[in-house]
Write a protein that binds this ligand. Structure first.
Ligand code: AMP
Length: 363
């Protein structure tokens, strides 16, 4: 597809870089709309490849494999952040990349991400870039304790994070984090964690799902409740933050924005993801259009669907052994079971999720 040909007709092929459950659920939605997916991923038998028309198994920086992949697809997208942007610069010569990989550059580096958010006048926790133990000491002096030290790059699901409390030795935290470039964040004593997911088309039309409430355990998402219980006006503010950020990226695709609701009732952005998000899985079963269908529509240049919620929902991740509870879940009348086809139930690994549906309340 030429970049000026904005709409990919059904029958076309969407190339997805990354082979995890987000790619799997996107490929299922794409198939329902008549598209084929081609997955690029270094692992054999990836969750996404299992349900797709084609797969290339190669490292993310294998230029020959990228060229062959680029030549066989009509549009390229991605389903996680920690990918080399140089690979997308290469792919872009063959097919449009949506969202543009500039979004990746900003969202794969926590300092660049927070600079971008603050640059729009949207709040984050206070933060300092740290590249040495001495800088960490200075940053702790500025921000106080407790504070959270995170790796600047390659962090996801709470990996590469350590909280530094009053009695903790910063040098130990610096070593535990691997001594890589980091960011120190002031600890937010939040009331609640929420997220907003917005879809945006090539032409700039945007549609946001209902704002949801997230509970993390051990820094990994455990549960999402839709809709979030929020003071009047706050959900609108969260949606407007997500829409402003997506417009500032001028992106075609999905943007997920994780936020803290502070004790004072304000909003601070914690993290952005320019792709479908775990906190949007509930939309498959409780909305007229799921986040995955919306993602496919945005990437393929179609108009967006109606994101309206027809049911309330609680989504629970099935981590590690918890996926073994599937027979009980399968018997529950209001539960929808989703398993990702992963063979090895390592502790904490996202194996699937269950969405429990309830009659819709409120607006
Ligand atoms: P992240 O990888 O940045 O999404 O962090 C994972 C989880 O750790 C968040 O969802 C919060 O529950 C917690 N967390 C991260 N940063 C902070 C912070 N600055 N203050 C308090 N809790 C945090």
């Amino acid at each position: 597809m030429r970049d000026d040909a904005r709409t990919l007709p059904p029958g076309g092929t969407i190339g997805i870089v990354g082979g995890g459950q987000l790619g799997r659920m996107a490929a299922l939605a794409a198939a329902a709309m008549g598209y084929r997916c081609h997955i690029f991923c270094p692992d054999e038998d990836s969750p996404a490849a299992q349900v797709s028309a084609a797969a290339t198994v190669a490292p993310y920086d294998d230029l020959d494999a990228l060229d062959r992949f680029g030549a066989s697809v009509d549009v390229v997208t991605y389903e996680f952040e920690n990918l080399p942007t140089s690979s997308f610069a290469r792919l872009e010569t063959a097919a449009p990349v949506r969202p543009h990989w500039r979004c990746l550059e900003a969202t794969q580096h926590r300092v660049a991400e927070k600079d971008f958010v603050n640059g729009l006048g949207i709040g984050t926790a206070p933060y300092r870039r740290v590249t040495s133990a001495a800088e960490l000491d200075r940053a702790l002096g500025d921000l106080g304790r407790p504070a959270v030290l995170k790796t600047a790059r390659m962090g996801y699901d709470g990996k590469g994070q350590v909280t530094i409390g009053p009695g903790d030795d910063p040098a130990g935290a610096w070593t535990a984090m691997g001594g890589a470039e980091g960011v120190l964040e002031g600890f937010v004593d939040f009331q609640r964690e929420i997220s907003a997911i917005v879809a945006r088309t090539v032409d700039g039309d945007a549609a946001c799902f209902d704002v949801v409430e997230n509970v993390h355990r051990g820094r990994v998402l455990a549960r999402t409740r839709a809709p979030a219980r929020l003071a009047p006006g706050l959900a609108d503010e969260a949606r407007s933050i997500a829409e402003r950020l997506a417009a500032a990226f001028d992106m075609a695709g999905l943007l997920a924005v994780e936020m803290f609701v502070t004790r004072e009732g304000g909003l601070l952005v914690n993290e952005l993801a320019a792709r479908p998000h775990n906190s949007g899985h509930w939309t498959i079963d409780a909305c007229r259009t799921s986040q995955f269908e919306q993602f496919v529509r945005a990437v393929a240049g179609l108009p967006l669907g109606d994101p309206g919620r027809h049911s309330d929902a609680v989504m629970t991740n099935l981590l590690g052994d918890a996926a073994g509870d599937w027979p009980g879940v399968a018997r529950e009348p209001n539960a929808k079971l989703h398993l990702y086809g992963k063979a090895d139930a390592r502790p904490g690994r996202k194996m699937g999720h269950v969405t429990r549906l309830f009659p819709k309340t409120g607006g």
